[in-house]
Design a binder for this molecule. Structure first.
Ligand code: SF4
Length: 188
């Protein structure tokens, strides 16, 4: 397939999802960027739930992300916590109210409906192809991959089934290895 065709499909899907998301979150008084930030903070690990990491992931300016986080905090959708080892670092945690907004909005009912029209094999093929495309674009732009911890080159699974991050030398839980990380090292 020609790159133009792939681009057209992805752009059309992006517009459709953005418009659908706008409609879905109107009842919560949120903007798409605010939902994106909330979503990111719900799927990232403890090394990545900082304002700086959110800024890198969202690809927005520091000012925009700072305003976005302020709104989310004011609405009670996220809370700030000072790091227990380094007082200069602030962690952002999605509150129960924030989780409720995410459950109602992501993925949107329209998107779920579209996916149920595809069988499991087709869904897997689309997932793999999009993952490959994203990874190629990130590598060619020297961007952080923000990949899932379990696929990271620093992730070590011990004989007893426990996990260790070889970068930080800290243990990881089975839940944490399913989250995304700003320090993720893509396999060579
Ligand atoms: S193993 Fe990789 S992805 Fe997981 S916490 Fe460590 S650096 Fe992050």
């Amino acid at each position: 397939m020609h790159p133009h065709k792939i681009y057209d499909y992805i752009e059309r899907l992006s517009n459709l999802l953005r418009n659908d998301s706008r409609r879905g979150i109107a009842e919560f008084g949120l903007q798409p960027i605010q939902l994106e930030a909330l979503h990111y903070l719900s799927i990232c690990n403890r090394y990545s739930d900082t304002p700086m990491a959110a800024t890198e992931y969202l690809g927005q300016t520091k000012g925009t992300v700072s305003q976005t986080l302020k709104v989310l905090e004011k609405k009670g959708l996220l809370s700030k916590h000072v790091d227990s080892h380094d007082k200069r670092v602030t962690h952002l945690k999605v509150t129960a109210a924030g989780q409720s907004v995410l459950q109602a909005s992501i993925p949107s009912p329209l998107f779920v409906q579209g996916c149920t029209g595809l069988n499991a094999v087709a869904q897997r093929e689309i997932e793999d192809a999009l993952e490959k495309l994203l990874s190629t674009l990130q590598h060619s732009n020297n961007m952080k991959t923000f990949g899932v911890c379990s696929s990271c080159g620093y992730n070590q699974q011990n004989q007893d089934g426990s996990y260790l991050c070889q970068l930080t030398q800290e243990p990881l839980t089975s839940v944490e290895v399913q989250l995304i990380c700003r320090e993720h090292l893509a396999a060579a």
